[in-house]
Design a protein around this ligand. Structure first.
Ligand SMILES: [Zn+2]
Length: 212
């Protein structure tokens, strides 16, 4: 399994300009991306982000990866999110494949390592959408974005066409196999002991369903 993928990275750019009400590029290179109309897949990611955050968020797929292993990026300016996030080509490719055939990535039907590896890659792309969405709410902490995102992973999967059972299985898979690996990975900032049913990062403390 490819557990080395980073879900995302927060970029800080002190440009001196204050955040405007409209989305503007936090970095000059993002201007052309934000100026073009979103694709169908980008619009779908935007609608997911709207549902998760209550905010209109611009989402664009970049044409090149920012860094090896990074799947998403939410620029911050002066400590505030800029109203958009970027998805790297690998994430966008996986999201497109998922929409074409969601059932192919149902972990409950995997019977070989190739299938499990496919699930691992796919679920990380789904998680990237949820994770970056929470960054755009102003949560800069990787462990907060990661934990809140994981609790919304099922919703991303549902919106991309998975059945409820599969969506919950994917989130459960993330919790069971991917999430614990952060703790001892080179990027332990993605992990928190408070990310659990009843923990401080539990978005639904009255429910014992976890992580969905
Ligand atoms: Zn992040």
């Amino acid at each position: 399994m490819r557990l080395a993928f980073l879900v995302g990275a927060v970029a800080a750019f002190a440009l001196g300009a204050s955040a405007a009400a409209v989305v503007y590029p936090a970095r000059p290179g993002d201007g052309p991306l934000l100026a073009r109309a979103p694709t169908a897949n980008e619009r779908l990611a935007e609608s997911v982000a709207l549902r998760l955050t209550g905010k209109r968020i611009e989402v664009r797929c970049t044409s090149a990866s920012e860094a090896p292993g990074v799947l998403g990026l939410t620029p911050f300016v002066n400590g505030k999110p800029s109203g958009y996030f970027l998805l790297m080509p690998a994430a966008c490719r996986e999201l497109g494949l998922f929409r074409e055939n969601p059932a192919r990535y149902d972990p409950s039907t995997c019977s070989d390592n190739a299938c499990v590896e496919g699930v691992a890659v796919e679920v990380q792309a789904l998680q990237a959408v949820a994770h970056e969405s929470y960054h755009t709410l102003g949560y800069r902490s990787e462990s907060t974005a990661e934990c809140y995102g994981m609790q919304s992973l099922w919703y991303v999967a549902r919106r991309l066409g998975a059945s409820t059972n599969e969506a919950e299985a994917l989130a459960g898979w993330y919790w069971g196999y991917r999430y614990p690996a952060w703790r001892t990975s080179p990027h332990p900032q993605y992990w928190s002991a408070q990310c659990r049913d009843g923990g401080a990062l539990d978005l639904r403390p009255r429910s014992h369903g976890w992580p969905s």
